[in-house]
Design a protein around this ligand. Structure first.
Ligand SMILES: Nc1nc2c(c(=O)[nH]1)N[C@H]1C(S)=C(S)[C@@H](COP(=O)(O)O)O[C@H]1N2
Ligand SMILES: [Mo]
Length: 452
């Protein structure tokens, strides 16, 4: 069958029942993963995934040992015993003061002026919140992380999973990671305001991104302890927030598959954000942090993880978080994985600046491909560009801060532009191709200011 041939040539796996060629199937390479899953999705779309479409990848978890238990962070334990009972009043629990947030239904984006004067990290009080439904309040004392599925030794079932308590996780060797979480639709509003295109979804400006110092247990550690087999292919983490409904259709709890190769590479089961237990809105007691990938991968309020010896699908990697539209196949692009390059000024939208003096313009740039190497700023609508000065620590999975002095030539309206180039050479374009769901707006944003 033709699909099987193409699969084999793409990633060295075999759909016709013979031994897969291990050497080619490197799904730690995200591009390969995208191609493979896209092909599988087309196959399924065209009439169901073949029962023989089973392939294997090496677990490749060498060096991810179990580690020695360290004392549990007392702050986390304190919060574990002090979780308020009952339901939250609104979809988001924390205060959303208008000087820090723009609220869009169950979501809230950070105002970029709120990063002015901050260090590398986004404080939790201003970190954006993206809730499909609402923040659940979970008691860490009774919470369990459940792992099950055909990718674990003995194939534990959903009814009789392998379980870990909150204290079990606190007792394992922890790691810290400074990383951004960014919504795939960050910047979506600019499809309309800059490109005149109608897209569906929250019309974010650039505030659906934040950087935090996450602490937790590598997902690899927990998968190993749960009995990961070499046949495991995908994991499907699922949240404990209420079911998500779209247009009256119940899609169940928020969940999105990850290839085992990414799960073992750098994914964290995070229980701390910026040195404190995760706040309820950001996933207490435990969330996933999937560095560099689309925000939807970083499942909050983690309840269970299915580990399977076959590819997994959910609406969050089939009908959402792909690119749809005239430029893309009927079933959409491959599932989105890495985020793209973006930049933002630490300025209010439509800020007013005093004329007749020099201002230092501040901003940040980031990319899912790695470090940002260069940031150029244009103060004349894109006619000329100057290099901004990059400063401070810039972890590969976070952002870099930059600044540039500007003496406005006179009163009036201006558009400030910032354009970043990352370590792969990816540079922000002037426009981006349309997609119906408004994902990955990576074009240069024209930031209006008024000089008095
Ligand atoms: N369980 C669950 N996890 C979730 C979501 C959700 O609604 N439910 N939203 C996802 C999306 S789309 C994004 S962008 C990030 C946002 O994380 P934050 O709210 O901590 O900023 O969480 C992801 N994890
Ligand atoms: Mo998102």
């Amino acid at each position: 069958m033709t699909f099987g041939r193409r699969f084999s040539s793409i990633a060295g796996m075999d759909l016709d029942g013979t031994q897969p060629d291990m050497s080619g199937a490197d799904l730690t390479d995200e591009a390969a993963y995208e191609r493979v899953r896209a092909a599988q999705w087309r196959e399924r779309f065209a009439g169901g995934l073949s029962r023989r479409a089973v392939f294997r990848i090496g677990a490749g978890a060498a060096g991810l040992g179990l580690g020695a238990a360290l004392p549990a962070p007392s702050a986390a334990l304190a919060q574990a015993a002090a979780v308020p009972a009952g339901a939250s009043a609104g979809p988001i629990v924390k205060p959303l003061p208008p000087e820090l947030f723009i609220v869009h239904g169950s979501n809230a984006e950070m105002r970029w002026e709120a990063m002015r004067g901050q260090g590398l990290l986004t404080p939790a009080d201003r970190f954006f919140v993206r809730n499909h439904v609402s923040t659940p309040l979970i008691d860490a004392r009774t919470w369990r992380l459940k792992l099950w599925g055909t990718g674990l030794h003995g194939s534990p079932t959903e009814d009789r999973p392998v379980e870990f308590t909150y204290e079990d996780l606190l007792g394992m060797r922890s790691e810290t990671l400074t990383a951004s979480v960014e919504c795939t639709g960050n910047g979506r509003g600019f499809f309309t305001s800059q490109q005149g295109q109608q897209v569906s979804g929250t019309p974010w400006k650039l505030g659906a991104v934040g950087v935090a110092r996450w602490r937790g247990v590598p997902l690899a550690t927990v998968l190993e302890r749960a009995g990961l087999t070499r046949r495991a292919v995908d994991v499907l983490p699922r949240g404990l927030d209420p079911d998500y409904t779209d247009g009256g259709e119940n899609l169940g709890r928020v969940r999105r598959p990850l290839p085992v190769s990414k799960a073992l590479k750098d994914v964290l089961l995070a229980y701390e954000m910026n040195g404190k237990p995760l706040p309820p809105d950001h996933g207490f007691p435990v969330r996933l942090v999937v560095p560099s990938w689309v925000g939807i991968a970083s499942i909050k309020w983690l309840g269970d993880i299915q580990v399977a010896d076959h590819p997994l699908f959910s609406p969050w990697n089939t009908r959402y978080y792909r690119l749809f539209g005239p430029d893309y196949p009927e079933e959409g692009s491959a599932p989105l994985t890495r985020m793209n390059v973006k930049s933002a000024f630490e300025l209010a939208w439509d800020a007013t600046l005093k004329g007749g003096r020099t201002h230092v313009l501040h901003g940040r740039s980031w990319s899912g491909n790695g470090r940002v190497r260069r940031v150029e700023v244009s103060l004349d609508g894109g006619a000329t560009w100057r290099d901004a000065r990059l400063h401070g620590p810039a972890p590969a999975r976070a952002w870099v801060r930059w600044e540039l002095p500007w003496r406005p030539p006179g009163p009036g309206r201006y558009e400030l532009l910032a354009r970043a180039t990352d370590e792969t050479g990816a540079v922000q374009p002037a426009t981006v191709p349309y997609n119906t769901l408004g994902y990955l707006f990576g074009a240069v944003v024209r930031h209006p200011v008024t000089v008095t």
